[in-house]
Every structure is written in structure tokens, then in C-alpha cells.
Design a protein around this ligand. Sequence first.
Ligand code: C5P
Length: 235
Amino acid sequence: FSCGIVIVAAGRGERAGSLRDGPKQYRPIGGRPVITHTLDVFATWPEEKTIVVVIHPDDEALFAQARSRVSGDTSVITVVHGGPTRQLSVLAGLKALENFGITHVMIHDAVRPFIDHTLLDRCVLALTQGSDAVLPAIAVADTLKRGSPDGTVVETVPRAGLFGAQTPQCFRFAPILDAHTNAAASGRSDFTDDASIAEWAGLPVTLIEGLVDNVKLTIKRDIAMADEKLNRHAL
Ligand code: C5P
């Protein structure tokens, strides 16, 4: 078992209002960039690993600065450039791992800094027990409504059996590289996560319990709340 890690960080983060403040993965929370926190967790994880970080070509300087503040071993980090969608950025990361002889891969959003080693260990356990694809997820807690464009409720969607998908999503390397390559070759570039590409390719995906705290920092308010949380912990 040897595990590669792809961390995607090539998005522009328009939903966080990045045009003015820079992409959300480089915003400071608790005094350091979001991606520095994310990389810390992987860089200090005792498992043998190779890390590929997928960045936007315009972000070289931002990334170099964020990388210099990571605690743990940063010599295991390789940097490649991403594509116009998350899916294509992941594919660039997977291709960069092709010659490292790894058996498995974890694919993680840079903007989820609150993962921890317990989740990574549980992902490894599921992989070593034979799953080809592992998805950490949380059962949906809210009552779900389908709305119409005019802002009225069309129906209530039963939430039983529904989960919110998180990352890291973890795979046997060869089948997920094949699935990604075939998805791109067939003209698809809009899959929003990697488990859906595995599903598209017919691979069974195993659900494991995610972390409630493992939220994706998406809008400006998420960054402010994450900053507040880290500053509160530091007191
Ligand atoms: O846009 P979304 O919230 O789905 O982004 C999830 C992750 O994918 C982020 O870490 C973002 O930087 C990354 N991403 C990427 N390349 C893109 C778009 C998003 O690496 N073209």
C-alpha cells in the first residue's frame, strides 16, 4: 500500500468574492493561509506519502509563501498547474502521480482545512479492507426542499439515505486514473467530485463517516467563521 495525495487548489473561488481579495485557498485563517492548514495535516501524517498540489499558474508566488509556512515535511510536495474545472485540475494531479508507483490516491479540496489524521486513517483502513473507492460523507440533517425559480416550494425531498459528500475521496489509483481519463476523453469536464466519476465508470463507492467540521470554505462568511474558530482555539 502506498498512497499519493492530490490537493486541488487551482480554483478562482468566485463565490467567495475572490476578485478583490485573492483566491479563498490563500486567505488567512488563524494567521496563516487556508491551504497551509490543509497541507499541515497531510505533511504531519505519519503515513508514507507523495503530495501533488494543483495550483493556478497565476498563484505561484502565493503558493510559495503558503508552502513556506507549513509545519512538517514539505519535501514530499510536487506542484503542477490545474485546468478550467475542478475535474480537469484533478486529472492534472493524477497524471503527475503516474510515475510514482503508488497503489492508491486521496483527492482533497485545499479549501477543507479541518480534516484530521483520524479521518485519513479511517480512509486508509477502508482502502486496505478492499474498497476501490471511499467517500467520507455526513447524513443530511436538514429537511430538504426543492424550490422553483420563483422562490416557492415545489416539494419536500425525503432526506432518508441522503448524504453530503466530503473529501478526501480515496481510490485505487489505476481505476480512478482510467475513469478520469475516459471522462475527459468523452467530453465531460463538469463532474463536481471524484466519487461521481467513479460512479459514472461503474466503480462501487463505499461510504464512510465524514467529519462534521470538515466543511468546504466556499463563501466569504465561511472564511470569517473559520478564522474566528481558530482564533478562539488559540486563546
Ligand atoms: O469550486 P469548488 O468549491 O468546487 O472547488 C473545490 C476545490 O477545487 C477548491 O480547492 C478549488 O481550488 C479546486 N478547483 C481547482 N480547479 C478548478 C476549480 C476548482 O483546483 N478549475
